[in-house]
Design a protein around this ligand. Structure first.
Ligand SMILES: NC(=O)c1ccc[n+]([C@@H]2O[C@H](COP(=O)([O-])OP(=O)(O)OC[C@H]3O[C@@H](n4cnc5c(N)ncnc54)[C@H](OP(=O)(O)O)[C@@H]3O)[C@@H](O)[C@H]2O)c1
Length: 289
């Protein structure tokens, strides 16, 4: 065991859409599914100081579809005391990604108007709530009236059912958080205000599109792509530290909460993937090893 590692007995695994891509061989070569877990610390390297044996934690991991995982302690956070331990597995990946994108890369301000595609995705539910804590106005796209209603309940001002309405008509956004990709590139550019920022974190509907460069220049737009897991290690540690210091109290006070769609035994992961692939879930699916 490396000196700064901790061993975690896994209570739950937070399922991410990237796990689906990994399982299909459509993600980084060699990647294994299981990006975030919650559980109990059972063992520690000799220099590990942040936790004690028996502590309840959640963590960003690699190869997390396992009953026991080992991770460097800087990638772990205490499990919020107000939540069931299993629910803590729904927090780190979405919150770290949203913090990186909205706050570090786009420098979201209280006066900004934000559009989040996939408003009730694992990412979307956290993006709405985290942006609302500073008072930014949040609009979302969702694929059903029920999902639109949940997004509004979580703090969105406007929820657009993308199967019925065109979000460009609701345009005038300073920042757009996009996971849809190719078919939305031109629409996103049209829907942004001058000096707007487009954050691309996913390519659910495709990765190749034509870029109207004239509009990019005339509107002074920025397009920023990122993947949290490929950011420098030190940056990821610092983001987790900020989550612990600034955002964890908001989880513990109930101001921000995870939305759990449901749980599946890890042995039924195929059923969980099928539900996620067909967008039949709302918020996070958890797997129990
Ligand atoms: N770059 C990074 O660092 C990073 C980190 C984490 C996740 N991600 C990416 O972020 C995305 C979300 O991840 P997740 O685990 O939260 O996935 P998820 O829960 O499966 O959510 C997928 C979302 O996509 C929405 N969607 C699909 N087609 C759409 C369309 N045409 N218009 C608007 N929304 C549409 C779905 O909306 P409905 O359900 O309402 O139909 C659903 O909310 C994935 O692409 C994932 O790979 C990126």
């Amino acid at each position: 065991m490396n000196p700064y590692d901790i061993k975690i007995k896994v209570a739950a695994i937070g399922l991410n859409r990237a796990d689906l891509y990994i399982q299909k061989g459509m993600y980084r070569k060699g990647a294994k599914p299981g990006m975030e877990v919650s559980g109990t610390v059972t063992n520690m390297g000799k220099e590990a100081r942040r936790f004690a044996i028996g502590d309840k934690v959640c963590a960003l991991v690699e190869d997390g579809f396992n009953p026991i995982v080992t991770v460097i302690e800087a990638m772990a956070l205490p499990a919020p005391a107000n939540l069931p331990l299993t629910h803590a597995a729904a927090l780190p990946e979405a919150m770290a990604t949203v913090y990186l994108n909205l706050f570090l890369l786009a420098r979201l301000k209280p006066t900004d108007s934000l559009l989040v595609h996939g408003g009730t995705s694992g990412i979307g539910i956290m993006a709405i709530q985290m942006a609302r804590t500073i008072g930014a106005e949040v609009s979302v796209t969702c694929g059903s009236p029920e999902k639109c209603a949940l997004a509004i309940k979580l703090g969105a001002t406007k929820a657009i059912n993308y199967k019925q309405d065109d979000f460009v008509a609701a345009g005038g956004f300073d920042i757009i958080l996009d996971m849809v990709g190719a078919p939305y590139l031109q629409k996103n550019i049209d829907a942004l205000n001058p000096f707007g920022k487009l954050l691309i974190i996913g390519l659910i509907e495709g990765s190749k599109a034509e870029l109207p460069m004239g509009k990019l220049l005339l509107k002074n737009l920025s397009i920023i792509g990122s993947t949290f897991s490929s950011r420098p290690l030190q940056e990821r540690y610092e983001i987790l530290e900020t989550l612990r210091e600034f955002w964890w109290p908001k989880i513990e006070s109930g101001e921000i909460r995870p939305i759990i769609d449901g749980t599946f035994p890890l042995t039924d992961v195929a059923k969980a993937f099928e539900k996620m692939e067909n967008f039949k879930h709302t918020g996070k699916i958890l797997l129990i090893p």
